[in-house]
Design a protein around this ligand. Structure first.
Ligand code: GLN
Length: 538
């Protein structure tokens, strides 16, 4: 079978859920027996999002092979339950870097290097590479940004060319737009959708399917109007109202007939019947009335919750497994330093300190770890969250007053967290951390080992600093347990406290491997402890 291509473009505005729609569509196709792969094409010039501020870009999602990618890849992995690789995401930066390297090598033999054909060829080459590597029957390609942006034009042009090269019958353009509601009259407007389709057509692409997102119910008459003005078949205009529960999106799309529509248009026959029962059960569990557990998430990018996308989703997965509703209180760690926000932390049933970089707000995180330790509040630390737990313990329990990470204080007399040896000579910032999957051996009988119920796990990493082994014995003597180590015993992967209901932290990022149907054990453990503590309090 020839590979089929499903292109997702966005119209009107960004952040209307194009990534989630593409991911949920992937699930519907996988459920019909197809081998699905996904690729995100990002038009920005950074080589990858690894060097971008979370304020600008949201979370950096890390894959098994250490690729630092767009947060939409998290949606793909969570919805479709696949493991993606480096080929699943590329940027304008990568495309130009490669093309310029080829030019310097002399590969173009005196030619003038131009956007068309050289840049578009490189884009198509990367798509072909992903199709080959993944052996996918259906390739889902999502183009970042919104149609009309200058920087996404070479990508759209490449897709236009690709359609002619692989055959129109093997391609489908799905355009995801937004229907705004005008305040005074409550009227839903289709004009912006018409304009964005006009923009798409002006570069030679006519969408085959329009998914019109809206906050309100969209009636059929409005869809027919879009069909007429945008030259799309009536049945191919899908009105998609905002779902109250994220994981309901595949169910809604299925109900709207999107799975069947795509197969029909690509002339494909399903080899299995989609079984949406587990998703229905999941969504009905989420919607049930349940006791609430409150988690204080102490971070430094809390104004933009997308910066903690996978952490938030992992908490939701663990809540479903525990039969509770999770309420996240977003606490700015810098506030805690100014004696603000403590009322929220004090009310919480659990504290979570996620990953982070740089010294701003780090003292607030250390204080929140102290509060959790002293008051026996369940605590989960992720990467930097593990490092601050160790710094706090060193300062207060070991009485090493100036203990710190050398990331924050180069001249600390007690660098209990120190730069990894192989990181010391690195000067480039991009893609040079300890990245991706590494094994971790669990020490039997510990909380971590009990949570996982296996002896060894592989987890995704993104860090430069590590626990300083010169302090291991001292920590152990005072009740810190090193419950996860690298197989050679050299690197501390998980720490926990003996004398505490659940104070566990990992150097890796467990949030990247949590799935709605397969919640991550360390998160499940946190909410279990929080639930038990809440019952005791009553
Ligand atoms: N800044 C810390 C380090 O590089 C923690 C990184 C993280 O939390 N992802 O080791």
């Amino acid at each position: 079978m020839a590979t089929k291509y499903l292109f997702f473009t966005g119209g009107v505005v960004s952040s209307v859920g194009k990534g989630v729609t593409a991911a949920a569509t992937g699930l519907l196709l996988k459920e019909r027996g197809f081998k699905v792969a996904v690729q995100k094409l990002d038009p920005y010039i950074n080589v990858d999002p690894g060097t971008m501020s979370p304020y600008q870009h949201g979370e950096v999602y890390v894959l098994d092979d250490g690729a630092e990618t767009d947060l939409d890849l998290g949606h793909y992995e969570r919805f479709i339950d696949i493991r993606l690789s480096r080929v699943s995401n590329f940027t304008t930066g990568q495309v130009y870097a490669e093309t310029i390297a080829k030019e310097r090598r002399g590969d173009f033999l005196g030619g003038t290097i131009q956007v068309i054909p050289h840049i578009t060829n490189e884009i198509k080459h990367r798509i072909a590479l992903a199709a080959k590597e993944t052996q996918a029957e259906i390739m889902i390609l999502e183009v970042g940004g919104t149609v009309g942006d200058i920087e996404s034009q070479p990508f759209l042009e490449a897709l236009r060319q690709l359609r002619n090269e692989v055959g129109r019958e093997n391609c489908l353009f799905v355009h995801v737009t937004w229907l705004p509601t005008i305040g005074a009259t409550g009227e839903i407007k289709t004009k912006p959708t018409q304009h964005s389709v006009a923009a798409l057509r002006s570069i030679g692409i006519s969408p085959n399917v329009i998914i019109a997102r809206a906050d309100e119910d969209v009636d059929r008459g409005l869809c027919d109007k879009i069909a007429l003005f945008c030259d799309v078949e009536k049945e191919a205009v899908i009105p998609m109202k905002t779902a109250s529960v994220l994981y309901e999106v595949p169910l809604l799309l299925e109900e709207l007939g999107v799975g069947e529509l795509i197969l029909k248009k690509l002339d494909l026959k399903a080899t299995s019947k989609p079984n949406m029962t587990p998703w229905k059960k999941l969504v009905s569990d989420v919607k049930k009335d349940k006791p609430t557990v409150n988690v204080a998430l102490v971070g430094k990018y809390v104004e933009l919750q997308d910066a903690y996308m996978s952490v938030r989703e992992a908490l939701k997965h663990a809540a479903i497994a525990n039969g509770v509703e999770v309420e996240i209180s977003w606490v700015h760690s810098a506030d805690l330093e100014k004696d603000k926000g403590w009322d929220i932390v004090k009310k919480a049933d659990a504290v979570l300190v996620p990953g982070g970089f740089g010294s701003r707000g780090v003292e607030g995180k250390i204080l929140s770890a102290r509060f959790a330790r002293e008051n026996k509040i369940p605590y989960l630390g992720l990467c930097l969250g593990m490092q601050v737990m160790c710094i706090e313990f060193a300062r207060d329990v070991l009485e090493l007053e100036d203990a710190n990470s050398s990331e924050f204080d180069r001249s600390s007399p007690h660098p209990v967290i120190d730069l990894m040896i192989d990181q010391r000579s690195i000067t480039d910032m991009g893609g040079t951390m300890r990245l991706g999957l590494y094994p971790c051996l669990l020490q039997p009988g510990t909380k971590a080992a009990n949570a996982y119920s296996v002896e060894q796990v592989d987890e995704r990493h993104r860090h430069r600093w590590e626990f300083n082994n010169a302090y291991r014995e001292q920590f152990e003597k005072h009740g810190m347990v090193f419950s996860g180590l690298s197989p050679d015993g050299r690197l501390v992967e998980i720490v926990e406290l003996k004398d505490h209901p659940y104070m566990v932290a990992s150097q890796f990022h467990p949030e990247f491997l949590s799935r709605p149907m397969n919640p991550h054990p360390l998160f499940v453990g946190l909410l279990k402890a929080a639930k038990e503590k809440k019952v005791k309090k009553k």
